[in-house]
Ligand binder design. Sequence first.
Ligand code: HEC
Ligand code: HEC
Length: 360
Amino acid sequence: MKEEEKQTLLKVIRQLLGLTTILLFGGIALALILIFGLPDLSVDKDKTTKNTAVEKVEVEIVDTVKYWQAPNENSLANNSKKDLILYGKDIIANTANYFGPAGKVSKNKINGMNCQNCHLDAGTKVFGNNYSAVASTYPKYRARSGATEDIYKRINDCFERSLNGKALAVESKEMQAIAAYINWLGKDVRKGKKPAGSGFKEMAFLDRAADPSNGNLVYNQKCVSCHKANGEGQWNETKTAFIYPPLWGDNSYNNGAGLYRLSNFAKYVKYNMPNPTYHNNPQLSDEEAWDLAAFVNTQVRPKKDISKDWPKIEEKPFDHPYGPYADGFNEAEHKFGPFKPIKSKLDLMKKEQDKNKKTS
Ligand code: HEC
Ligand code: HEC
């Protein structure tokens, strides 16, 4: 072989070696990306402004998950349907103006709170107990009543429990308006589905029972400025509606309400309070949220006769604080936890029951 040919051959070999190295490293890098995913370069662009209860807050949620968004009101054609939907929205945002102490439709039908106090931004906020999954999942069987409930029954549940008030007549214009608004919000959700961001964000259990005395300490640091020393909240000047809604006492939700269950309270508060808080930037630890739930829900509040709730006792949730129970745990354990063992027991019972159903 001539010297010249040798050189060319060596060059080709070197180039081939180089190429192999590049391919090798490229391959390893690709494999790593496939296994561990791309590094997270996204920035949390949550823009929040300091606010009082009445100010509207601008927020832009940038997240990897595509959360549900309410339909745009501008897409509504100008007709009586639109008027009804917007009337429903206003009742949800300003319920006290219609049914509170100086209610336009009916006085003192409710405790003075608004649906929006718990269904934030008129039931549109991501993980703010929004209404996105109502149209798609009702009518449905609910274990609390042991019956199939339609949307009217579910709305009246909140009137009678969360607002500690009286049910609306189904045919009333107000009930029809609330239902029209909630159905419109969920109109693009497929039947039977719950979109990402609906209801509450899930949260881990503690390994211990929730501790009301620690909750009291957290309350005094992080909640008392708005919800006040006796949990009474703050009325507006004319005492016709709340600027800051009450957390306990005569004007609060009663012991049959959803928030009276520790898990609902903890999830609501962790991802929404102090107001305003967004689920991707919580201000409370899990322990603080559970302990706050235990503290607030051991204070005095209105009572409802709920002896007919959860007619099938094996369907009572782990945090329903009134016996009798089918799972062998007592009322104190169901009220404060630790909830993990109760939940596991209930899951096991459910599994066995399903198995028996299949074999019989
Ligand atoms: C004190 C807080 C509070 C207030 C005020 C309140 N709700 Fe609720 N509401 C809840 C909670 C908590 C739940 C979820 C309960 C559960 O899943 O156990 C809920 C659930 C609902 C649901 C079912 C949601 C779903 O996805 O299944 C509807 C509908 C509803 N509320 C309507 C209303 C309306 C209308 C009003 C006003 C008339 C109202 N609520 C006022 C706390 C409240
Ligand atoms: C800056 C004032 C502020 C602070 C601080 C604050 N909240 Fe709230 N909270 C509000 C407002 C305002 C609402 C009603 C939101 C709405 O209507 O849009 C609310 C609603 C609630 C509700 C649902 C309605 C009700 O009254 O039952 C609960 C529960 C709650 N807050 C608990 C807490 C807890 C617990 C803390 C402490 C971690 C806290 N909040 C801190 C202003 C505040």
